[in-house]
Ligand binder design. Sequence first.
Ligand code: C2E
Ligand code: CA
Ligand code: CA
Length: 741
Amino acid sequence: MLLEYEELLKRFENMIQRYSIMFSETMVLEAPYDIFYVSDPETYELYYVSGDTADLPAFGNYEGKKCYEVLQGRQEPCPFCTNSLLSTDMYYIWEYFNPVVKRNFMIKDRMIEWKGHRLRVEVAQNVSDQGRPKEILLEASRQQNLLTHWMRCFVEQEDLNTAFSIILKDLKTYFGARSGFIRSFTSVETVQYLSERGDDPGREIPFVNCPTNEMLERWKILLAGKKFIIVRSVAEIEKCDPEMYEFLNAYGLENLCMAPIFSRNQIVGIIGLGNLTKNWTGLSLLEMLGDCIAASVQKKIMQEERSRILYVDTLTGHLNFEGYKLRAGRFLRENPDKNYALCYCDLKKFKFVNELCGYQTGDRLLKYWGDFLAETLREGETFCRISGDTMSVLHYYEDPEEVRSCFEELVRHLSKFPDFVKKRMRVELSGGVYLIPPECHSLPIGEMLSRATMAQKIAKSRPGSELAFYTEEMRQKEIREMDFIANMHEALRDEEFRLYLQPQIDTRPDGGDILRAEVLVRWHQGDKMIAMPGEFIGLFERNGFIVDLDHYMFECACRYLKETSGKYEKQLILSVNVSRITMLQPNFVRDYLQIKEKYGVEDGMIELEFTENVVVEDLEHFAKLVHNLKDHGFLCAMDDFGAGQSSLNVLQALPLDVLKLDQMFFRDKRNEQRKRIIVASILRMAKSLEMLTVAEGIESEGQMRELTEMGCDYIQGYYYSRPLPAEAFERKYLMEDEKEA
Ligand code: C2E
Ligand code: CA
Ligand code: CA
């Protein structure tokens, strides 16, 4: 019959009172001819002598006597006394011949804490019998081996549970126990049960087999006195405590042992064993194991604390990028046969969320997102918030479409975010996926992420929530970019970057002796390969090389102006592109002026093109820059006007010379009528602000005529000419005029 829980607890308490013993006593349980005593290391007063002392009359009545009197028959402390050597957590083992009892002993000394006192415990194992020392040494060495092996387990196993399970198996074998557990009470998750059912499968062993949390709580209290609970024989209890006997027996327990794990004077765990069949004298091993576990758990806690600081994103409470890199790297290493996909997700218009709903809502959304991922991911998968509103997830899959359904599920979940539902806002997510080929598992995570990001850029440009996969084409582009980076410096030195010119044809009836042209770069790689700016400008803007390239192209333009100046009838004005990064260099104006002066370029002969978005970003800075440049004889143009979000009145604030209409107005055929109206009004506005206008990307006669009629001053485009190498340009546009002249 099973007892009620309350009743059970009472039993436990009762049991501890009766059966708990100082663990060292266990060492003498097996051998009645061993002696075990406790004394005060300061006063040498003898507190307790155990063992069968019947045949040792000298030990008779020890109360109030000193240990050396009783045990050694001396008047003074023994000259070989170990008191000064002992510490609480170490044994001091030595061999000794006791003249009183005339026997050889193997002696283990150590200090213990008992009722607030520091006491010395000595266990003297009689080794007068021949084989005994060997036996003791053998057992000691077996225990040493086990301990060494366990320490290694703790070091090598990242996960304490795995270490516990290995150790528990060893324990079971060593003690011939039927069941057992190791349980730590710390935040570190280290629960482990190992058990076999008894012969009667209906009988559970609640003490040592899967104890409930409440039971463990109780054990914790019972073991808090740093004592072991050892019931050598449940059968023997029958006489003195029949109820307890019945209780233990009902669970099939023939014997049991519970050992506390202490760390810094606090109980941090329990080791429990049930139905042991051998090595009762070796139970001290459990205490040493307990110390090992305590140290490992402590280390683990510290590690976790450290990694919480280093590897946890405080906003979401999940991994940050650093932690993610480590974990994802490990999963990939550990699962070489799995198909893995690395995703990069970016919330569209997150700024909008923050502005409309407040930052707290924005933060909550990110946490909501993170929690969802944490809940749905499987073992072997991981994720992190990279920064702001971007996350990365490492999935494994059988079919790549699974990755897509995960993404779709995420989008559905995000759209249920309560604030969005309330405000009827739509969440849009763009994602990129890199399906990691098996041979690329060891690639740096950052590298994989940049591939996923590359794919994500494509998804981002499409409306709604979209997912795109990294493709072979992207890979080729990446390889080409790597090649660009490897060769760019040499290419600059070896003059592989060439000046190409595209004329801007004057449409005005009186336009005549001035020829304008835009300077465009081409990279001549080897004999036939020509790389277009679209392939490398963006890359160079990212890696900063654009500053060198812009300077170089500007210098080429100035040199070209000098070479051609005075040679032809027509006055050449060159317009050179300046990238945002170049423009923001602290010595930008000074450097460009120096080059301009070096080649004696006259004022008004060279123009700098700035793209619209740069201008809008920092209008004030840009306005200053334009004034400064103009003071030094540069013309200034706004490139790609109409592509970004600038408004017409931005133009009023800037004393620009030239306005270039973005190609987009003439590219696709949608909304033609509306575009025409916009173009016409831009042209009117520019005129009233006394700016020259250039239409770029003009490919047909019709476009050319229309723009001319609208009053556009210059036409640049394939209709007249593609960008030409300088020599070809010179032949076609400068020399021909010469001939005509
Ligand atoms: P952009 O400044 O807008 O230059 C005009 C681009 O339009 C040039 O492309 C030109 O070849 C192209 N184009 C001209 N007419 C037509 C046409 O009728 N149809 C079509 N489809 N395209 C036309 P390109 O040379 O490939 O240069 C691309 C971009 O690279 C330039 O756009 C500019 O932003 C940048 N770039 C070129 N050279 C340099 C440079 O030396 N420095 C910097 N920072 N950027 C440069
Ligand atoms: Ca341009
Ligand atoms: Ca342009």
